[in-house]
Design a protein around this ligand. Structure first.
Ligand SMILES: [Zn+2]
Length: 105
C-alpha cells in the first residue's frame, strides 16, 4: 500500500480507537461524600463499590447498585446516616462498612 493508503487505513484507524479508549476511561472527578457532600478522598475501589474517606463519616464504602437506583439522588442526609449505621452494625472489625440498597429500607 502507498503512504496515503497506509495513513488512512492504519494511522486514522488507530487514532480513532485511541480516542475511543480515552473517552471511555472515567474522568478524574472530585469525589463528594454522598452523605454530607463534602469533598473526600476516594479509597480503593473494590468490586462494585466506591470507598470514601470522609472527615465526618469516616471510611465507608457504597455499593454501585445504591447509586444505580433512581431514588438515590433523593436520599436525605438522615437516610444516608441511618443506612451507614446499619452497614456499620454488620461490619467486621478492621473492615469498612459497605452501604447497600437494603440499608435504605
Ligand atoms: Zn460525610
Amino acid at each position: 500500500m502507498d503512504a496515503r493508503e497506509f495513513f488512512q487505513k492504519v494511522v486514522v484507524r488507530r487514532y480513532a480507537s485511541f480516542v475511543r479508549r480515552q473517552r471511555s476511561r472515567p474522568l478524574p472527578r472530585p469525589l463528594l461524600c454522598p452523605i454530607c457532600k463534602s469533598a473526600v478522598q476516594e479509597l480503593d475501589r473494590t468490586g462494585a463499590a466506591t470507598g470514601y474517606a470522609c472527615a465526618t463519616h469516616g471510611n465507608f464504602k457504597v455499593a454501585d447498585s445504591v447509586f444505580a437506583r433512581a431514588k438515590a439522588k433523593h436520599y436525605t442526609r438522615e437516610e444516608w446516616e441511618a443506612a451507614l449505621d446499619k452497614a456499620k452494625q454488620r461490619t467486621e472489625p478492621d473492615s469498612w462498612p459497605l452501604v447497600i440498597t437494603d440499608d435504605f429500607f
